[in-house]
Design a protein around this ligand. Structure first.
Ligand SMILES: Nc1ncnc2c1ncn2[C@@H]1O[C@H](COP(=O)(O)OP(=O)(O)O)[C@@H](O)[C@H]1O
Ligand SMILES: [Mg+2]
Length: 335
């Protein structure tokens, strides 16, 4: 291993000196190890007697694969003592929303059947990626406010989404404030409004929309406050010793900083053991890869320095199943 890559603080030291942490987030590009490291972290915490729920918010993710258990759409599944895993079926949640919307429309307009145009509109909304995100955030807030766990570990969606979502929270804040202001003015001219609006129906619907917006804002605020709360939340970024992930991590750190989100540390995954360079019979092809990784490791040490909280070697096979996850957790956290 490159000499420069010595950890100033390991992950277990981090958790020891930040004992109020409750929420742990793993971010980074796809395919680098977010789900694996989320699982290993949850495993380690559960082994130490903490009640943990690991929740995959990445639609690509698969705790089902990693734990080799049917988890998708099953609610909180107990994997080992104190260790629970959750993978929501976003499509099912969206279908439930759509039904709620249908019922509300029928109720509000006293309709027996939803007109076809509106039905088409409701159906097309399920294809929107924002709907899946919204369903995921709903489930996140539900889980966190349940208070049933000592730790909540979130295997996050790729960072672009998370940043977009933080931006959304700010826009929505302004939007709701504006609507509230307009509503207040309307109330001041209450009588005129009633006359012009042709009765109370207009205002009642406006109130309904406002209530929905405030509900959405409440959820977004909850999550964006959680991400910013350094006392209770740790946010780790996963990268590997390659150019694109380094550039990506740099950019993510900058972008999150713009939203006052500080990343707690980075974890370097999939590192080929340097000792292979001295072994006989290792193909030149692989040795080249290892040398290239060593260069990038030096770059990572220079750029991220004390932020590096863990290094995980490339294992001889994909870490799947509890035994392999235990192995990763021992590498990350020690015995
Ligand atoms: N240290 C490692 N050694 C070998 N394979 C790994 C390692 N870390 C992750 N993998 C494999 O790489 C793939 C991507 O990892 P995963 O945790 O699913 O990434 P992400 O959640 O960021 O997309 C998976 O097939 C996983 O088993
Ligand atoms: Mg994943």
């Amino acid at each position: 291993m490159s000499q420069k890559l010595e950890l100033k603080e390991t992950l277990s030291e981090f958790f020891r000196s930040n004992s109020d942490i409750k929420y742990i987030l793993f971010g980074g590009k796809g395919g680098l190890g977010k789900t694996t490291l989320s699982a290993a972290t949850s495993y380690w915490l559960a082994k130490r007697g903490k009640k943990v729920c690991v929740f995959s918010t990445d639609p690509q993710a698969s705790l089902t694969d990693i734990f080799e258990r049917k988890i998708f759409g099953q609610g909180e599944v107990e994997i080992a003592p104190n260790l629970f895993a959750l993978e929501i079926d976003a499509d099912k949640r969206i279908a439930n929303y759509q039904n709620e919307i249908r019922n509300k429309i029928k109720e509000m307009y006293k309709m027996e059947k939803i007109p076809d145009e509106i039905e088409d509109y409701i159906n097309s909304s399920s294809a929107e990626p924002a709907m899946a995100e919204s369903a995921t955030f709903d489930a996140m807030v539900e889980l966190m406010t349940s208070g049933r766990y000592d730790y909540y570990v979130f295997d996050m969606m790729p960072h672009g989404h998370a940043i977009r979502f933080l931006g959304m929270a700010e826009i929505l804040d302004q939007w709701v404030a504006k609507i509230l202001d307009v509503r207040k003015k309307a109330a001041e001219y209450g009588e005129t409004a009633t006359v012009l609006g042709g009765g109370k129906g207009g205002l009642a619907q406006e109130d309904y929309v406002l209530k929905e917006l405030e509900f959405i804002r409440g959820r977004l605020d909850f999550v964006s406050n959680m991400i910013r709360d350094k006392k209770h939340t740790a946010f780790f970024y996963v990268l590997i010793p390659e150019l694109m992930p380094i550039l990506d991590t740099r950019k993510a750190i900058e972008m999150f900083r713009e939203f006052n989100v500080e990343i707690s540390g980075v974890i370097v995954n999939q590192v080929y053991p340097e000792t292979l360079l001295k072994e006989e019979g290792v193909p030149e092809f692989l040795k080249n890869r290892i040398r290239s990784q060593q260069n990038y490791l030096n770059q990572i040490a220079e750029e991220f320095g004390s932020m590096i909280k863990g290094i995980v070697p490339m294992l001889e096979r994909e870490p799947k199943g509890l035994e392999m996850i235990e192995r990763v957790s021992k590498i990350l956290y020690g015995e």
